[in-house]
Design a protein around this ligand. Structure first.
Ligand SMILES: [Zn+2]
Length: 256
């Protein structure tokens, strides 16, 4: 696709759910869905274990609306998938480039996704507190239908039930205490210091990674959206813990 990368407004301010952007292009994707590209976006695309935002894109000076049902990112370009609404939705495909649009992200869905994502990060901290810090965090799945975090390494079967209980207690302790969540795009060296002295190999030297930091704990690179304070998670359950082929999966849920 021959478009400039989309500016990710949610990286800079993950709590702003309304903004203005400029329309770049609209086309029918290979799968038949309509894809819309903006110069910048508040919509979080599916990725990094977090589901896509939904919401509305309204075109300035017309009755065109685009209902966003799914968002993906490809080569740095954010694709908003959805349908045109209005008196003549067919002509939505002819909208001229450069038009100003008003973007609104669905608040309840975003809030839930942010709480689930922060809860997943909180588990990483609690793994250290219960003596499982040697297990390296891997993939996270922060979707509402059975969220979990994976860790490289095993937990002995005999310790599993105790560790599960301890994890849940630690997590709820941190939620009750609360703590500000910090997000910033930083120079590599500064980011490294904030993350306890080193960054994972997939962050290239000289880049400017986005760092998320929960309370006083060391930060980590993350492109997702989070709560503003740990107390916003409200409460958390560690629903299951299992080790298979050297990978430990910790399943969790949050209070509704
Ligand atoms: Zn994350």
């Amino acid at each position: 696709m021959d478009f400039p990368p989309t500016k990710l407004d949610y990286h800079v301010d993950m709590f702003n759910l309304q903004s203005q952007s400029r329309f770049i292009s609209v086309f029918k994707a290979q799968d038949g869905r309509i894809a819309l590209i903006l110069d910048s976006t508040l919509f979080h695309p599916q990725g990094g274990g977090q589901p896509a935002d939904t919401g509305l894109i309204v075109f300035s000076g017309s009755d065109f609306k685009f209902s966003v049902q799914d968002v993906r990112s490809k080569d740095g370009i954010v694709l908003h998938y959805g349908v045109f609404e209005g008196s003549n939705p067919e002509s939505g495909m002819d909208i001229e480039k450069g038009k100003e649009v008003y973007v609104t992200v669905d608040e309840s869905r975003r809030k839930l996704n942010s709480r689930l994502h922060s809860a997943g990060h909180l588990l990483d901290l609690c793994m250290q507190k219960v003596g499982l810090g040697h297990l390296e965090p891997g993939k996270g799945y922060h979707f509402p239908d059975g969220p979990f975090v994976e860790y490289k390494g095993s937990v002995p079967q005999g310790q599993m039930a105790v560790k599960q209980k301890e994890l849940e207690a630690e997590a709820n302790d941190l939620i009750t205490k609360g703590g500000k969540v910090y997000a910033a795009i930083l120079p590599y060296e500064e980011a490294s210091v904030l993350c306890g002295g080193n960054l994972p190999d997939y962050i290239s030297k000289g880049s400017t990674p986005r760092i998320i930091k929960l309370g006083d704990s060391p930060g980590c690179p993350c492109g997702g959206t989070h709560v503003s304070d740990l107390s916003d998670i409200i409460a958390m359950k560690v629903t299951q813990m299992r080790t298979k082929k050297g990978i430990t999966k910790v399943f969790y849920s949050i209070a509704s």
